[in-house]
Design a protein around this ligand. Structure first.
Ligand code: PRP
Ligand code: ORO
Length: 213
């Protein structure tokens, strides 16, 4: 299943891999690969399959028990949250990256209700922590995050776990790299740089002018 999700990200053209001029993420990490999950909304078959896999995964993990709402992270997470909320016939909210005035959440949050946070992806998890804080400040219980893609190497899952939130991701960079290799996508040099990053992300980032934690 992880390979299949990784393949869909490649099919949708979400992955960019470089050998020079690294990407600099808002968290300060530098990377040779970038995931543009926002493209997924434009591929109906892919997005439908991803949501089907997501629901199954959440069900298997017991994350759908007692849910009272689904909250999308601005902006790419909103469509995915809406599709999941519609499938489960649950209320939808979305969380802005920054408050407009005093309001960061749109939609109605049920006091004490359990909300599933949804986004297209997680890298270092900074935005997710802000979304979780905002939802909790409004009285929601947040115990689970669903994303299509987790970097898997920047430590977001353990940090979110410390904040009481489990991460449910369909795939990570290792899955995407294996799939890209199997398909012969990207140059050998790009695949090699990608592998070096995954083997030592902190060292790679620092060596390319980024942060390492
Ligand atoms: O900091 P993290 O929690 O790891 O999340 C990384 C964020 O990167 C993407 O958003 P981006 O800012 O690229 O824009 P968009 O969602 O508005 O498309 C993605 O949608 C996540 O929200
Ligand atoms: O760290 C981020 O914000 C980030 C990383 C990435 O690969 N793609 C993205 O959209 N955001």
């Amino acid at each position: 299943m992880r390979r299949q999700a990784a393949g869909w990200l490649l099919d949708a053209g979400c992955v960019d891999a470089r050998t020079t001029d690294p990407f600099r993420l808002p968290s300060g990490w530098t990377t040779p690969v970038y995931m543009d999950g926002s493209r997924l909304i434009s591929f109906p078959t892919i997005r439908r399959e991803l949501m089907k896999q997501g629901l199954q995964r959440l069900l298997d993990a017991g994350a759908l028990q007692g849910l009272s709402g689904v909250a999308g992270g601005e902006s790419s997470g909103i469509a995915f949250a809406a599709w999941l909320a519609e499938k489960m016939d649950l209320p939808l909210q979305y969380v802005r990256k920054r408050a407009v005035g005093v309001r960061q959440i749109e939609g109605v949050v049920e006091q004490g209700g359990k909300v599933l946070l949804v986004d297209d992806m997680v890298s270092a998890g900074q935005y997710k922590l802000s979304f979780i804080d905002a939802l909790r400040a409004e009285g929601a219980r947040v115990e689970d995050l669903f994303v299509v893609f987790d970097y898997g190497c920047l430590g977001a899952a353990p940090v979110l776990q410390q904040h009481g939130v489990r991460v449910h991701a369909l795939c990570d960079w290792r899955d995407v790299l294996e799939q890209a290799r199997a398909r012969g996508q990207f140059s050998d040099a790009a695949l090699q740089t990608w592998e070096e990053f995954l083997q030592a992300p902190a060292e790679w980032s620092i060596a390319h002018g980024g942060v390492g934690q």
